[in-house]
Write a protein that binds this ligand. Structure first.
Ligand code: SAH
Length: 280
């Protein structure tokens, strides 16, 4: 029997074989892979991963679950369980105590949805401070709406500030839907699997802080045209002119610009002497 789920840790046990198989397939596992799993729970995904890879390092916050996991999987050589809060844990420091476990190259996890944003930030970094040693691949089960935002194309309704921030740091693919009934207890929302490949965007941004500020302001009011949202940092006429240079209609909304266009816009604004960089 799976233990009674705790709300405070956003515990929902995956019970669908089909969903598990899809997560594992999305990770395109190699024997040499070293996996990081966040929130192993009762170990249902962990168990699938272990025989296929070099190692699995799992970080679980719930002490009772850790005891259970040690009983179930503790004797398996390539499994390392770290008890603690993933958000405050320094993985490199912890791993230094376990020479047999090298730094993971992939993340595969059914994460606690209440901390999705902070987990993404810890895994990828931010525009201003991208992760210095990024993972090759990150496969996550997340709330469906988050998966849609992460993988949205510019010009679509789902493309928002999160899309720009994450797609600046990683290529994002929507893999598949996972219905709420695939979990016990079922969450209130539907879920989906996403796969992220961290990469460096081209062209690079000259002033990352400026781009962060521009995206935040640009999306501050979704109904407004971009030039109105950015009024406090760029004169409307000037922005109209810049957008024309980018061959973009001057009436666009924030969601219509691609990540590359956001970067170009920021670079143009920061390279011109007429426009001092506003303090974000
Ligand atoms: N992977 C399991 C459990 C998913 S539920 C499955 O698919 O069935 C989310 C898991 O994340 C729970 O086990 C919960 O205890 C754990 N968790 C919640 N917050 C955490 C945190 N900050 N750090 C590490 N694990 C956390």
């Amino acid at each position: 029997m799976a233990p009674q789920p705790r709300k405070q840790f956003a515990q929902h046990w995956l019970r669908s074989e089909k969903a598990l198989n899809k997560i594992v397939a999305a990770a395109q596992l190699q024997r040499s892979d070293r996996i990081l799993e966040i929130g192993p729970g009762t170990g249902i995904l962990t168990r699938q991963l272990l025989p296929q890879v070099q190692s699995v390092v799992a970080v679980e916050i719930d002490r009772d679950l850790c005891e259970l996991l040690v009983k179930k999987l503790g004797s398996i050589d390539n499994f390392l369980l770290l008890q603690g809060d993933f958000l405050s844990l320094d993985l490199n420091t912890q791993l230094a105590f376990f020479p047999a476990f090298q730094k993971p190259n992939k993340v595969v996890a059914n994460i606690p949805y209440n901390i999705t944003g902070p987990i993404l930030e810890k895994l990828l970094g931010t525009i201003a401070q991208p992760a210095t040693e990024p993972f090759e691949t990150i496969v996550l089960l997340v709330q469906k709406e988050v998966a849609q935002r992460l993988s949205a194309k510019s010009g679509s309704r789902m493309f928002g500030a999160l899309s720009v921030r994450v797609q600046y740091l990683a290529e994002c693919e929507f893999i598949c839907d996972v219905p709420a009934k695939a979990f016990v207890p079922p969450p209130k929302v539907d879920s989906a699997v996403v796969r992220l490949h961290p990469r460096v965007v081209e062209p690079p941004v000259n002033e990352p802080k400026h781009l962060e500020m521009l995206v935040k302001l640009g999306f501050s009011s979704k109904r407004k045209m971009l030039r109105n949202n950015l009024q406090s940092v760029v004169e409307r006429d000037r922005l109209t002119h810049l957008l024309e240079q980018l061959e973009v209609n001057s009436q666009v909304r924030a969601e219509d610009l691609s990540v590359q266009q956001w970067v170009t816009l920021s670079n143009t604004l920061t390279s011109s002497s007429q426009s001092p960089i506003p303090n974000p």
